[in-house]
Design a protein around this ligand. Structure first.
Ligand SMILES: Cc1cc2nc3c(=O)[nH]c(=O)nc-3n(C[C@H](O)[C@H](O)[C@H](O)COP(=O)(O)OP(=O)(O)OC[C@H]3O[C@@H](n4cnc5c(N)ncnc54)[C@H](O)[C@@H]3O)c2cc1C
Length: 289
């Protein structure tokens, strides 16, 4: 059994001072819905754990703030708070749709956006739409603050660029120039309380019946959630009534294989990514019409 001492911080300064002091021995806990499962399973990565630093009471980390060019989402915002936010529903309905698919009511009430990002699961439901939205993460340590794109923060399955003495305090999401069409798809093994086998976030403007600034991000298809830039190029400026779905499906599957190489899951995932994109595009086009 992993034994640890529980510590609590009420401010960012208190939290980063504890992280400096305890170094590798301390682990941050927010909602605990990922970490407590790992502790229960006596995960190898937690061998050096001696302290759990509870940040759930740190002031100012549960904000959803409207700024001139971007929305600032505090790291402690729960999935339920995202779902209930009028501002998020107005500006980024895709985030709401993704949050609604997460776990159960209990998990959505406790799980946070900061935890979802820092756990860095390839299947995390908020990461895929946040990648499509071009979000940036804000990290604080005793030496100051740094910001980097979420796409650079996540470096591999369950791996990221966070330094041990840093706390993720917020996510900045740039506003889209207009109300883009959006679609979120999630394939799971069963209907309820299930992690994504593959998820997909599509955002696009439509002008004169053509896709403009189309963004297509897949999660769990590749080691980290990423935008499929080749298929984006293929669809950009394409008339919505002039899509060869068989070609798009084949090229989407091929783009995945170009990134991952052939793996045990390829025979399943290759057709599924293409079919998911087809479904997302067709749902968007139905809305346009
Ligand atoms: C039954 C069940 C169902 C689930 N279903 C889904 C699902 O459908 N989709 C999905 O995406 N996830 C799902 N999850 C996973 C989990 O609920 C989410 O990833 C959640 O957002 C994690 O947030 P948390 O606050 O609970 O993280 P915690 O468990 O508190 O922390 C997770 C990790 O992030 C670190 N961390 C947390 N906050 C910070 C911070 N601010 N700065 C730095 N590091 C931090 C912790 O040290 C830890 O390593 C499920 C989990 C369970 C148990």
């Amino acid at each position: 059994m992993i034994e640890f001492e529980a510590l609590k911080a009420n401010t960012i300064d208190e939290a980063v001072n504890i992280l400096d002091d305890k170094e590798k021995e301390a682990k941050i806990v927010a909602g605990g819905t990922d970490l407590l499962v790992s502790i229960h399973n006596e995960n190898e990565d937690l061998k050096e754990l001696n302290y759990l630093l509870d940040i759930s009471s740190v002031k100012g980390l549960d904000i959803i703030e409207d700024n001139e060019d971007y929305l600032k989402l505090g790291a402690l915002c729960t999935h339920s708070e995202i779902i209930d936010s009028v501002l998020i529903n107005e500006k980024f309905p895709i985030l709401r749709k993704a949050a609604q698919t997460i776990g159960s009511t209990q998990i959505r009430n406790r799980g946070t956006v900061g935890g979802n990002i820092n756990n860095s699961s390839p299947a995390a439901d908020l990461i895929t739409p946040l990648i499509a939205l071009g979000a940036t993460v804000v990290l604080h340590s005793s030496s100051g603050k740094r910001e980097l794109p979420l796409s650079e923060f996540i470096t591999g399955p369950y791996e990221n660029n966070r330094k041990e003495n840093e706390i993720l305090t917020a996510v900045k999401i740039p506003y889209l120039p207009t109300d883009y069409y959006n679609n979120y798809q999630k394939v799971k093994r069963r209907q309820a309380v299930a992690i994504a086998r593959i998820n997909l976030a599509v955002l696009t403007d439509i002008e004169d019946n053509k896709f403009k600034d189309i963004r297509i991000a897949f999660g769990s298809a590749t080691p980290t959630a990423i935008r499929f830039s080749e298929i984006e190029k293929e669809l950009e400026n394409k008339n919505i009534n002039d899509i060869d779905y068989d070609e798009i499906k084949e090229k989407t599957g091929q783009e995945m294989v170009n990134i991952t190489g052939e793996r045990w899951s390829t025979p399943y995932k290759k057709p599924v990514v293409g079919n998911l994109l087809k479904r997302a595009l067709q749902e968007i086009i139905k809305e346009v019409q």
